[in-house]
Write a protein that binds this ligand. Structure first.
Ligand SMILES: [Zn+2]
Length: 901
């Protein structure tokens, strides 16, 4: 019989990379039914996920680790169910983020992108991408991601660029794309528009400046106005007052003078004005404030822009031209103070719009941009969720989705960057018309002039990632991949990008393919620290997934993320939790190591038909119950709960109970040893299958050992259908209905467990040394037969003396000097003398009694002294209560001492 011994500890360092390479090389990541390979069956329904493409600039953080673990779990589960599973990987070109990286390196050479020009800049950016763009995908591989890497895509690669062109031109031809002036969020540092979603509003201390808007022709009279941004006074085109404000009604229709610039602007009535704020009148700067912009549109006011793209004052700012916005604020205010136009300044909490990227203050500005007329797209996207063509998990986000799409504004898609999909629009110098084309034109489509120039802007990166589920499969071509794998099945991502990305994919999918891009949206929560705080560098509480994998193994990290999560809820993570799951990995390894080594105790062939012990039946029934529960939980997306149940079963039932009883059964030898060994192998095999989507590496490694050792030992150890080539492609345990015998076996074994636990607890309470075997008497009318059958197991697990374990249906009188326990129908009697060392116990009790007696004497003498009359009654009362309590304790101690004799 071959000796098959595993290393003492699981070495994840030596295992993970080797296993991953083997999986990939063996083609296990490819769908089992593939339109690009022979034997393709178009009737089989596939399961498809497109990865949320991480930025090429990305470095693995817990957010990535979360979605990779979750999607890999989904893919592995479906793959094991025999469903053709495809996980399409890829990366996003990440416009601003990548451009900034390259600009940073240029800066080190003392260069700017303007100096080297667009072509050279793009060449360098591609170079940067080739060099560093693979880091994030390497890190994703390390997490065990079973993506089909031969289908990896990049948002700027040729096929996806063609998809972007196609999408833009189609929208343009349908009249859904237009160019126009718009108040947008402008990032002066990045010199580009940023979307509303990319702006964070931060409360910060600031100043509210009060000043006079003097009336034209009557300069002693003024309207007091307050502002937090005095430099915007330069762009004021009106002062608005509430139409019912008695203070200012008389000024409506008159004109006031813009400070320093001396332009005349009207006083207008508008109900938007808050009479309580500032002086109750509002300066209107439509060029630099979204609310003022709306007022200007209502009243037909001119829109004046006073800042340039770097947020410096432009020619409209008169003497302040060329000054930075904050410098202009200081200078203008100082000049107004000298002119006697200021009233006061007071501290004020501002709500400052800051760019998520870079953190600088975003400036609302008027600018000419490209927009998608979003309403018709949003309407279709709403309908798709309303009529259940798309299910959002958890369901509560459906409402958030509706609310957002019902109030959506047109989408500004142009960005003033160089790295990205350049807008496919050419302007003609001769006739001034636009040519919008799928292929780069050489001449104007209207007058034929070759004097055309392409729009310098690029598209928002969400424009290309919105096409991701179908562009990655070959759209607009009707490729075999597109025809078979689209629409995809599952969109799994963090709830924080439901709008940024998920809603846009739904809109784009419906518009361009006429189908929903996926049928389910699963939103996971965000990861916070152990105290529930956001992880951030400034708090110093960031957990680096790479460090965790390096120190504790990938499986421990994955298991922690998966088991800690519930759909849509944030989870708290600590290194301690990952450590606990590293211990779980070790527990799995140790149990597996024992099971494999114990094969040698079993004969290769049994002599007779199988007979099963209560423990065999119990563990089998419990495993079937677990498989049913896991299936139900997976079907309702409760992956975390499924993982917790597998963990509990493996640790608290299989390893702690069954494996311990199996040791006894194996020692019997013969058929008992054979069938016990086979049960151990089967249960471990099925547990490893259930664990595989959670902890792919250790399960595959251990399963490989189990398979080889079992094969070497006996063909009779193989599971039904034989051993698969690898666990990753082995069949998922099939859940079957509850069979008649199961419930009784589980009930009986549970009672045996309760009896053993009760004895163990008492031993612990009485500090009985581990390993010290004690006698016991068990009495039960209804259960004595089962107890007798299980006597060996009970004695083994409760550390009883097998020769002095009595089991009776009745007892004429209760044994003296025994402690009695009752567990359901079972009475347990344990001899006191064996639970405690009498000499030691007596000396401990005597010592306690001495101490108590001393306190009694002290209190008695105190209470018979003048203290009892002089001290406050409450204090005396307290001392009396103490005395009574000591007297009571002394009585108990004496009784216990007597019982020892
Ligand atoms: Zn032309």
């Amino acid at each position: 019989m071959p000796d098959y011994t595993l290393p003492k500890t699981y070495n994840f360092h030596a295992t993970e990379e080797r296993i991953y390479e083997w999986w990939e090389k063996s083609g296990y990541f490819k769908p089992s039914n593939d339109p690009c390979r022979p034997g393709f069956d178009p009737q089989k329904k596939p399961y498809v996920i497109s990865i949320p493409p991480p930025n090429v600039t990305g470095e693995l953080h817990l957010g990535h680790a979360m979605f990779v673990s979750m999607e890999d779990l989904m893919i592995r589960y479906h793959r094991m169910k025999g469903i053709p599973a495809l996980w399409v990987p890829g990366t996003d070109h990440a416009g601003i983020a990548t451009q900034l990286q390259v600009e940073k390196s240029l800066k080190k050479e003392g260069l700017t992108r303007e100096q080297i020009g667009r072509e050279e800049f793009l060449r360098r950016t591609w170079e940067w991408k080739e060099k560093y763009g693979g880091i994030i995908t390497q890190q994703i591989r390390r997490l065990g991601a079973s993506c089909d890497w031969e289908r990896e895509r990049f948002t700027l690669d040729e096929g996806l660029s063609r998809a972007v062109r196609e999408a833009f031109v189609r929208l343009y031809e349908k009249g859904l794309i237009y160019r126009g002036p718009r108040l947008i969020n402008w990032s002066p540092g990045l010199k580009t528009a940023v979307s509303d979603l990319e702006v964070d509003y931060v409360e910060e201390p600031g100043t509210l400046y009060y000043f006079q808007y003097r009336l034209a022709g009557e300069e002693m009279d003024y309207i007091p106005v307050a502002t937090t941004r005095p430099e915007t006074i330069l762009g004021d085109t009106a002062v608005a007052v509430h139409p019912e404000d008695p203070r200012y009604q008389k000024y409506i229709g008159r004109q006031v003078i813009v400070p320093i610039l001396n332009r005349l602007i009207p006083v207008i009535p508008d109900e938007y004005v808050d009479r309580e704020f500032g002086g109750g009148a509002l300066k209107v700067t439509p060029g630099h404030d979204p609310n003022d912009y709306a007022i200007a549109q209502r009243h037909g006011l001119p829109i004046l822009s006073v800042l340039d793209e770097s947020a410096r004052v432009n020619a409209n700012g008169g003497p302040y031209q060329g000054l930075d916005r904050f410098e202009a604020r200081k200078r203008l205010w100082e000049d107004m103070r000298l002119a006697g136009l200021t009233i006061k300044e007071e501290p004020y909490i501002l709500n400052i719009p800051r760019s998520q990227r870079g953190g600088e203050i975003v400036e609302p500005m008027i600018s000419t941009q490209w927009f998608v007329h979003i309403q018709p797209l949003a309407e279709a996207a709403l309908q798709a969720v309303r009529d259940d063509r798309i299910q959002i998990v958890p369901e509560r986000f459906t409402k958030v989705y509706y609310n957002w799409l019902e109030n959506i504004e047109d989408w500004c898609i142009s960005r003033q960057l160089w790295w990205g999909h350049r807008i496919p629009v050419w302007y003609c110098r001769e006739c001034g018309q636009m040519t919008v084309a799928r292929m780069d034109p050489t001449a104007c489509a209207h007058c034929g002039s070759p004097q055309i120039e392409q729009d310098p802007d690029v598209l928002d990166t969400w424009f290309s990632s919105g096409l991701w589920p179908f562009s990655t499969l070959g759209w607009p071509e009707k490729t075999p991949d597109y025809l078979y794998f689209y629409p995809t099945t599952m969109m799994e991502t963090g709830y924080d990008i439901l709008f940024f990305w998920v809603a846009r994919m739904i809109m784009a999918g419906l518009e361009f393919t006429g189908q929903v891009p996926f049928s389910t949206v699963y939103l996971h929560g965000l990861i916070r620290d152990e105290h529930g705080r956001k992880m951030s560098k400034s708090y110093g509480n960031v957990i680096d997934p790479l460090t965790m994998m390096e120190k504790l193994g990938t499986d421990a990290l994955r298991f922690t993320l998966l088991v800690g999560s519930t759909p849509g809820n944030d989870m708290n993570l600590s290194a301690k939790k990952v450590e606990a799951n590293r211990n779980f990995a070790n527990k799995i390894w140790n149990a597996g190591r024992y099971i494999i080594s114990s094969l040698q105790q079993a004969p290769a062939e049994p002599a007779g038909e199988p007979t099963w012990t209560l423990a065999d039946s119990w563990i089998w029934a419990r495993l079937q119950e677990l498989i049913r529960d896991v299936e139900r939980l997976f079907q309702s997306y409760q992956y975390g709960e499924a993982g917790r149940q597998i963990y509990d079963f493996f640790w608290s039932e299989f390893a702690d109970w069954y494996v311990e009883i199996a040791k006894l059964q194996l020692s019997e030898g013969g058929d008992r040893a054979f069938y016990t060994s086979r049960t151990l192998v089967h249960i471990l095999d099925l547990c490893l299958r259930l664990l595989h989507p959670f902890t792919p590496f250790i399960s595959e490694e251990l399963w490989g050992h189990l398979k080889r050792a079992s094969e070497a030992h006996s063909p009779r150890m193989a599971p039904t259908g034989g051993w698969a080539e690898a666990l990753i492609i082995a069949r998922w345990p099939e859940s079957r209905l509850l069979e008649g015998w199961e419930q009784d076996k589980v009930t009986d074994f549970s009672l045996i467990q309760d009896v053993i636990r009760a004895i163990r607890n008492l031993r612990a309470e009485k500090n009985v040394k581990s390993g010290q075997r004690i006698p016991a008497v068990l009495v039960s009318d209804s259960f004595s037969v089962t107890l007798k059958e299980q006597a060996q197991a009970i004695a083994h697990l409760a550390q009883l003396e097998p020769g002095r374990l009595e089991i009776h249906p009745h007892l004429s009188s209760k044994p003296a000097n025994h402690i009695a326990l009752v567990v359901g129908p079972v009475e347990i009697y344990l001899p006191l003398a064996d639970l405690v060392d009498i000499t030691e116990e007596r000396s401990r009790l005597e010592k306690d009694l001495d101490e108590v007696s001393f306190q009694i004497l002290r209190l008695e003498s105190l209470l018979s002294s003048p203290f009892a009359e002089k001290a406050p009654p409450l204090v005396v009362q307290k001392e009396r209560e103490k005395l009574e309590s000591y007297l009571e304790t002394a009585g108990k101690l004496r009784a216990q001492l007597e019982a020892l004799n």
